[in-house]
Design a protein around this ligand. Structure first.
Ligand SMILES: Cc1cc2nc3c(=O)[nH]c(=O)nc-3n(C[C@H](O)[C@H](O)[C@H](O)COP(=O)(O)O)c2cc1C
Length: 197
C-alpha cells in the first residue's frame, strides 16, 4: 500500500508519521514570562548539529489558532530550558500538555517541582536527569503553515551524576522516555555497530 498524503486528513498524516518516525525524544520545555513558568512537552523535537550545538522544537498553535505559550515565551524572552523525561515523570509530563491560558502555570496546576540551577535561564524540572539551557537561535519557515520549527542553541547542560559513566569522555548511561505513536516507550536493546574499515 502506498499512501498518497494529498488524500489524507491532518490527523491521519499525524498518525502515520507518529507511528513510523520513532522513537521520538520528548522535549519538556520550561519557559518563563511575566513571572509565570510555563511547562509543555513537544515531540517534534530533534538535535540538529553539535556545532553550533542546536536542537529544533516544532510548535503548532492553540485550538483557537493563536500561538502556543511556549512559542510566545521563547520569542519574547529568547530563553528556554529543555528537560528530558524520565519514566517516573511521565504522568506529569503528559498532564502538562493541557491547553491552559498563558497567565496560568502548568507547574502549579500539576504540582511539578522546579529548581533554579543556571542563572539567567528558566528553572529545570526538579528530579530530571538531564536538562539543556538554551537560547533562541532562529525560526524556520514552513511555507503555508502555522507550525513554527524553532531552533535553539544549547548553552549549558545539566547531567545528574548518577548517569555519568565516564566524566572525561562524557559517556552517559541514560534512557529517557520517548514517544511512539500516541504511547510512550523506553529504548530497547542497544546494538554495537561493526567497524567500518
Ligand atoms: C508527548 C507530547 C508531545 C507533543 N508534541 C508536540 C509537538 O511536537 N508540537 C506541538 O505543537 N505540540 C505538541 N504537543 C502538544 C503540546 O504539549 C500542547 O499543545 C501544550 O498545551 C502546549 O502548551 P503551551 O501553550 O503552554 O506551549 C505534544 C503533547 C504531548 C503529550
Amino acid at each position: 500500500m502506498v499512501v498518497d498524503y494529498n488524500d489524507k486528513e491532518l490527523t491521519q498524516k499525524y498518525q502515520l508519521m507518529a507511528q513510523t518516525i520513532i522513537p521520538r525524544p520528548i522535549a519538556w520545555v520550561v519557559t518563563k514570562n511575566d513571572g509565570v513558568t510555563n511547562v509543555a512537552p513537544f515531540s517534534y523535537f530533534m538535535g540538529l548539529s553539535s556545532d553550533p550545538a542546536t536542537m529544533m522544537v516544532s510548535v503548532g498553535h492553540k485550538s483557537d489558532g493563536t500561538q502556543k505559550d511556549t512559542l510566545k515565551n521563547i520569542r519574547e524572552t529568547k530563553k528556554c530550558t529543555i528537560c528530558m523525561v524520565d519514566e517516573d515523570m511521565l504522568e506529569k509530563m503528559h498532564f502538562s500538555s493541557k491547553e491552559m491560558p498563558s497567565s496560568k502555570s502548568e507547574a502549579d496546576e500539576f504540582d511539578i517541582a522546579l529548581e533554579d540551577i543556571v542563572d539567567g535561564f528558566p528553572p529545570m524540572i526538579k528530579g530530571v536527569k538531564s536538562a539543556f539551557f538554551c537560547e533562541f537561535y532562529q525560526e524556520m519557515e514552513l511555507k503555508n503553515s502555522k507550525t513554527i520549527p524553532l531552533v535553539v542553541e544549547i548553552k549549558e547542560q545539566y547531567i545528574c551524576d548518577e548517569i555519568i559513566v565516564d566524566k572525561e569522555n562524557m559517556i552517559l548511561d541514560y534512557e529517557p522516555v520517548a514517544r511512539v505513536g500516541k504511547s510512550y516507550a523506553l529504548l530497547g536493546k542497544k546494538i554495537t555497530p561493526p567497524k567500518i574499515s
